[in-house]
Design a protein around this ligand. Structure first.
Ligand SMILES: [Zn+2]
Ligand SMILES: [Zn+2]
Length: 973
């Protein structure tokens, strides 16, 4: 920074500019690295950073996360730990693939394959770092200390090698298997998704449901009804399911005979005319054959299990809660359907491809998408039209339901039978639940709530994705079904004889080797790994464990602390836990803070399109990072609750935390000349000094306890309260001491205040690192000169219990302030301004206060005397409201002093400036006071001289003022 720039920044007194200076100091003096290399008597405090996707600039959610991840490590560093803060980047997966796809304009997976996986992956790799500079800027400005230079990236060879190692470890334990089952797939991305990915994308949508007519073979004109919310699956229908014990009826209508559940009759028939012909149990229907709605597959007699198809079966998942109490079965498109298909050996019809398009043999609909993203009902409408035209539609209806969508591309998902690789979470679950009991949550209800529930209900984890830009699944297979899992780069090199420096899909797909069992060629399965497997493996992969850092990980596992948004209960927190459970049989983290969501001020989601929130960088430029940090830290967003972001809130946080404190400091600085040397603990016996030190100790206790409990609002809110008491009670009541001729008392006030500043700075340092640094540098006298000194290199002060004397002072001061409050209320009721001195109050209280407090009371309430009456009841205060001529004069004197001092302030006079003051056109009474008490007024207002004039002289610009009803003017020369 040039000298000129430095000067410019100094000229600005704004807090954001002061923060920029602090940043400059941290940078030049390398304070972050010094905080890492300083003595750490307690050893390592292990923190894992969840890697963000750099697919956009950081938003408030990221800021909240970053603040938590800064506060705790700063605190633990001051406590005497070494806290490494390695940054990570999540590079793989659908987010980045989707961005590249948008740029390419590709619509299908096939187009990417035509382009070439290598080329596509290169584009993804190039896109990953687009926003990294924006991130660095924001994170730095926020004051978060993180090692972004040596960050880990999930796409780096070392990282990916550990992923392979991890996979192989879990494989060797028999916890990974392949299965063909009903899953949710995204037909646009053409990939399977995991339970948590699916759970992220539920939205309410309107759909068309249909009740179709299935005519019984050998009973012309008699139809079994079945209701479906996915009419497009009817082509894949091979069976109908009934409940064996459910009551059904056969009814006669004008259009024919229908069979449906008795319990559904009124709802289904509504006002239609019908007559019950007979009643029967579901079991009576089982085995009956019906005519298929479509014949595309029925006509293919070579279809496996053809004979078992198009019949009625009993199933225990059938209910009469909705529909008609009879379920249409398409084994390729639903879990229950598939299970029944397996159990009853039903034909299997998959008339739709992974791409969501009807296959060619479905002649009337070939090529249609089952759930087009722009009009998701379009194909169902076509199916319903077909049914109606063929006399097979009983009823159609619009209805709303919650339907899953792709979390990345928003395409409606479809339930689709396909094969996938799974981690056997079910088998691990008892141990995962046991280990989860040892995790400490903030807020604590997440432990058994969101996280515990999700873990409890967890199913096997589908880890294979049919995509491109990710870690490749390291399974090689031969034609005879033998499998080999590769666990390291070196192993693959040995097997293939190739030199390998990249193990992305496009590089390893062509690598083959001979099967150890049968000698046939082994090729890699084409799937890649769910990128949550990568972020869940970060504790090992960031260290390239076990290829490097073997001992380090063994020594440091698990993490003491992690933090992310509450949504990660189903994802990062969960996958960390699952992988460490599978790998090591233990939990991956001991303490976790989960934050809530930052919403726009109106309670809506923050949206770039709607521009309903201020840019984070602009907010920091306007109010400073400390103000933003303190605002967020004090809010329930740090305890997993939502926050409606308010710029006003940030402004208020600036005022309460930063400005008030800075004003106290500026006042101190005016009188602190000659105060220097090492900061010492004050030994003053002045009750105000003892009181503020006791308050400081309590603040230390409160913050320390809240930090240890990982409760950030509790650790932050008391700071503003303390600053308020420092300013509105300690400083206000000590103001005269700072100016006092009593050297000892003045010294006591200054030394105490200085000590409070340096200690408060330490307590504030984790939450508000900029103001803390500034205050500490100034008050300690280092003033940014010694580059080895910083509040962030200081040691956290151990909390000491209050001694007896301190407890007494705290109590007495509380009584005093209580009396003040009551006294002011009495004055208010009597309509007597505080500047009007009164003769006395009578206080009824349990104990009489000592002289120190009586003096405070007299000053604060502007009284000449205080009388105490002993009383066991609550404190009561009575005011003597008689204003004697003497009191009146004293009141006028004080008003004059205040008015003149205000004028001095307006004219920017300092304490070394004297001024000639003239009072013009005042009343007899006021002039009298000036005559009688001029010397006192002159002393308190540095007036030299003070005189009374009858009229304004030429060249004077007097200020109009008022005392009671008398208007007059004061001139200051
Ligand atoms: Zn998708
Ligand atoms: Zn083989």
């Amino acid at each position: 920074m040039s000298e000129q720039n430095k000067e410019q920044i100094k000229e600005k007194t704004s807090f954001p500019a002061m923060e920029e200076e602090v940043l400059e100091f941290w940078n030049e003096a390398d304070i972050f690295n010094k905080s890492l290399s300083k003595d750490a008597p307690h050893g390592e405090y292990v923190f894992y950073d969840g890697p963000p996707f750099a697919t956009g600039t950081p938003h408030y959610g990221h800021l909240v996360g970053s603040i938590m991840k800064d506060v705790i490590p700063r605190y633990q560093t001051m406590r005497g730990y070494h806290v490494a803060r390695k940054w990570g980047w999540d590079c793989h997966g659908l987010p980045i693939e989707n961005i590249v796809e948008k740029e390419l304009g590709t619509k299908t997976k096939k187009e990417i394959e035509e382009l070439g996986v290598a080329k596509f992956n290169d584009l993804c790799r190039a896109r990953v770092s687009t926003y990294i500079d924006d991130w660095k800027k924001v994170i730095n400005r926020l004051g978060r200390w993180a090692d972004m230079e040596n960050s880990y990236r999930t796409m780096d060879l070392n990282y990916m090698e550990t992923i392979w190692w991890t996979f192989k470890q879990i494989w060797d334990k028999g916890l990974i298997y392949k299965d063909y089952r009903s899953m949710h797939i995204c037909p646009r991305c053409e990939t399977t998704l995991s339970q948590s990915e699916v759970s992220e994308g539920y939205k309410d949508i309107k759909d068309l449901s249909a009740t179709a007519k299935f005519e019984l073979v050998g009973e012309p004109g008699t139809y079994v009804l079945a209701w479906t919310t996915t009419p497009w699956t009817l082509i894949g229908n091979v069976a109908l399911a009934v409940g064996a014990e459910i009551d059904y009826v056969k009814i006669k209508t004008e259009e024919g005979n229908y069979i449906l559940a008795k319990a559904r009759l009124t709802d289904v028939m509504k006002d239609k005319q019908y007559k019950i012909i007979s009643e029967l149990k579901g079991a009576d229907l089982v085995g009956k054959k019906y005519k298929p709605l479509f014949d595309y597959y029925y006509n293919d007699k070579s279809l496996e299990n053809h004979d078992n198809g198009w019949k009625i079966y009993a199933a225990d998942f059938v209910t009469t809660e909705d529909g008609v109490g009879i379920v249409h079965i398409a084994p390729a498109f639903g879990e229950d359907d598939m299970n029944l298909g397996k159990a009853e050996h039903l034909p299997f019809i998959q008339h739709v491809g992974m791409d969501g398009l009807f296959k060619a043999e479905v002649k009337d609909f070939a090529g249609l998408h089952v759930k087009p993203i722009d009009d998701h009902m379009a194909t169902d409408v076509e199916i319903i039209k077909y049914l109606a035209a063929h006399g097979l539609l009983f009823h159609k209806e619009k209805y709303e339901h919650s339907y899953p969508h792709c979390w990345r591309c928003d395409t409606p998902l479809i339930n689709y039978a396909t094969s996938s690789w799974f981690v056997n979470v079910t088998k691990l679950k008892p141990q995962l639940l046991e280990e989860a009991k040892k995790i400490n949550w903030s807020p604590d209800y997440l432990k058994n709530g969101r996280f515990g529930n999700w873990l409890e209900g967890a199913r096997d984890w589908s880890i294979s994705r049919q995509r491109f830009w990710a870690s490749a699944i390291p399974i090689w297979e031969c034609a005879n079904g033998h499998r080999h899992v590769v666990g390291s780069v070196k192993e693959l090199e040995t097997l293939t004889g190739e030199k390998i420096d990249d193990i992305h899909k496009d590089k390893v797909d062509s690598l083959t080797f001979a099967c150890a069992e049968c000698g046939e060629k082994m090729t890699r399965i084409s799937d890649v790994i769910d990128c949550w497997f990568e972020s869940g493996s970060m504790p090992y992969a960031e260290l390239h464990y076990p290829f490097d850092n073997k001992e380090k990980l063994e020594k440091d596992f698990p993490a003491q602390f992690i933090a992310e948004g509450v949504d990660q209960c189903r994802t990062w927190f969960y996958y960390l836990h699952v992988i460490s459970g599978a790998l090591r049989g233990e939990r991956a983290f001991q303490n976790v803070i989960a934050n809530g969501i930052v919403l726009a001020e109106d309670g809506k989601k923050m949206s770039k399109k709607l521009k309903n929130y201020p840019d984070p960088l602009l907010v920091m430029d306007k109010y400073g990072s400390d103000a933003l940090r303190a605002y967020l830290l004090s809010s329930p967003v740090m305890l997993a609750e939502n926050l409606n972001f308010s710029e006003k809130g940030v402004e208020e946080s600036l005022r309460k935390n930063i400005m008030v404190l800075w004003n106290v400091y500026k006042f101190y600085e005016m009188y602190a000349e000659g105060i220097g040397g090492p900061v010492v603990e004050p030994k003053s016996i002045n009750v105000l000094d003892v009181w503020i030190i006791a308050k400081l100790k309590l603040l230390n206790k409160e913050i320390t306890e809240a930090m240890e409990a990982y409760n950030l609002p509790k650790a932050t809110r008391p700071i503003a309260d303390f600053i308020d008491e420092l300013s509105t009670w300690y400083l206000r009541r000590s103001r005269d001491r700072f100016k006092s001729d009593d050297v000892k008392d003045k010294q006591n006030a200054l030394i105490t205040t200085r000590y409070v500043f340096t200690e408060l700075a330490k307590l504030m340092a984790p939450a508000m690192p900029f103001m803390a640094e500034n205050l500490w540098q100034k008050a300690s006298g280092n003033n940014f000169t010694d580059k080895n000194k910083s509040v962030h290199l200081e040691t956290w002060t151990e909390f000491k219990e209050l001694d007896e004397e301190e407890n007494i002072v705290l109590f007495q001061m509380e009584v005093t302030r209580n009396i003040v409050e009551l006294g002011l209320a009495r004055r208010d009721e009597a309509g007597i301004k505080i500047r009007q001195m009164l003769s006395s109050i009578t206080v009824k209280a349990e104990n009489e206060l000592s002289e120190n407090y009586v003096d405070l009371l007299k000053d604060e309430l502007n009284l000449t005397a205080i009388k105490f009456i002993k009383s066991e009841d609550n404190i009561e205060v009575e005011l003597d409201t008689v204003i004697t001529p003497e009191l009146k004069k004293e009141g006028i004197k004080r008003e004059l002093i205040r008015l003149i001092n205000n004028l001095r302030k307006d004219n920017n006079l300092s304490i070394s400036d004297t001024a000639h003051v003239s009072v013009i056109g005042a009343s007899e009474e006021i002039n009298e006071v000036i005559k009688e008490r001029g010397i006192e007024i002159m002393k308190d207002t540095l007036s030299q001289p003070l005189d009374v004039a009858a009229s304004i002289s030429e060249g004077q610009i007097p200020k109009e003022v008022k005392i009671d009803d008398c208007k007059f003017a004061i001139n200051l020369i």
